[in-house]
Design a protein around this ligand. Structure first.
Ligand SMILES: [Cu+2]
Length: 349
């Protein structure tokens, strides 16, 4: 009960706080007792369907088109509309049946019907609004990881906002100040994020972004969906395309929720050019980077040879089975250059 009182007290400010507390305390206690009784009753009544993989719980499927343009890495760009100068995004959290790899269907939670949720790409200085509809069988809240924003928009249930109950919607609004590669995710319970409630949040700097010919993201997951890149386990991970000589940007995002993964790229080194959205003053050359939960890294890779080059977690139980590769593996299909590079000398006359 003391937690409930403290929670209510947060919404009172300034000189009104003491007198208001004195006046409303008895009524508040009665109210809290009533609410607690109702909540306990609802939880007892509703606990069984919330924890069982019941097909009836799966909401109406969301057509993938609602999640926007395919970015070529298994993710989709979030569509938005501009209302009074504000970019307005709509996100619907709902249970879905998600095929992690052929024949491996899990009950997932998803934003707009896809895992990861759609990629939110905005510009520094944009004012953005997110209308989140909760069609999950349980409460939720949405956190904007890495964003510099007002505390009440931070998306932490029972700290900066009330929980968003099933069937309710909630609106967030903030101005994009932090730039670079970040992400968004459920901040409710430990398992909502691992079941698919996360996505890439990319803020393009007004003064110029990291130059690249290709822009891919790989969100690393190790929760209820197993070991997944962008919601898929190899061989279902999206094949990535590049050409020799191109600057390929790879945004690695550690969504966890549990583990640290050494992500290794075959075919030479890459440069780590940003961490947690911040440009590094001295990019580092590596072939393996350790991606912890909550971290993001921006890599630039310039392929020098044609072929099929793996990018994978180097903990083999996260990427291999006795019957072949599975889990955290994606393949870069590198084609010859089109222009701009000298072609190999012809053999013979
Ligand atoms: Cu791993």
């Amino acid at each position: 009960m003391s937690t409930e009182l403290a929670s209510e007290d947060r919404f009172l400010t300034g000189a009104s706080r003491t007198s208001a507390r004195r006046a409303i305390l008895p009524a508040l206690m009665a109210f809290v007792l009533t609410v607690t009784a109702v909540v306990v009753g609802v939880q007892a009544f509703g606990s069984a369907p919330a924890t069982v993989a019941d097909p009836k719980l799966v909401a109406d499927p969301v057509p993938p088109a609602a999640a926007g343009e395919d970015l070529g890495d298994g993710t989709r760009l979030a569509p938005y509309e501009v209302v009074g100068g504000v970019k307005v995004f709509r996100l619907r959290a709902a249970p879905i049946n998600w095929e992690v790899s052929p024949g491996n269907v899990r009950q997932a939670f998803a934003y707009n019907g896809v895992v990861p949720g759609p990629v939110i790409r905005i510009y520094e200085g944009d004012t953005v609004r997110f209308i989140l509809q909760n069609d999950l069988p349980e409460a939720t809240a949405l956190h904007w990881h890495g964003m510099d924003l007002p505390n009440e928009q931070d998306g932490v249930p029972n700290l900066t906002q009330p929980e968003i109950a099933p069937g309710q919607s909630y609106t967030y609004e903030w101005k994009a100040i932090s730039t670079g590669t970040h992400w968004y995710h459920s901040h409710m319970h430990g398992d909502q994020e691992g079941r698919g409630l996360y996505g890439s949040l990319e803020v393009v700097p007004r003064l110029g972004d990291i130059a690249s010919d290709r822009d891919y993201r790989l969100i690393v997951g190790d929760g209820a969906l197993g070991f997944v890149f962008n919601g898929k386990s190899f061989p279902a991970t999206a094949p990535l395309r590049a050409r020799v000589g191109e600057r390929v940007r790879i945004r690695l995002i550690g969504s966890g929720p549990e583990m640290i993964h050494p992500i290794h790229l075959h075919g030479g080194y890459f440069e780590v050019v940003a961490q947690d959205g911040r440009r590094l003053p001295s990019p580092q050359q590596m072939d393996t980077v350790l991606v912890g939960v909550g971290q993001t890294y921006d890599l630039i890779w310039t392929p020098t040879r044609v072929g099929k080059w793996m990018i994978h977690c180097h903990i083999f139980s996260h990427a291999e089975t006795h019957t072949g590769m599975a889990g955290l593996v994606s393949i870069f299909n590198v084609d010859p250059p089109t222009i701009g590079l000298p072609l190999p000398l012809p053999i013979g006359g």
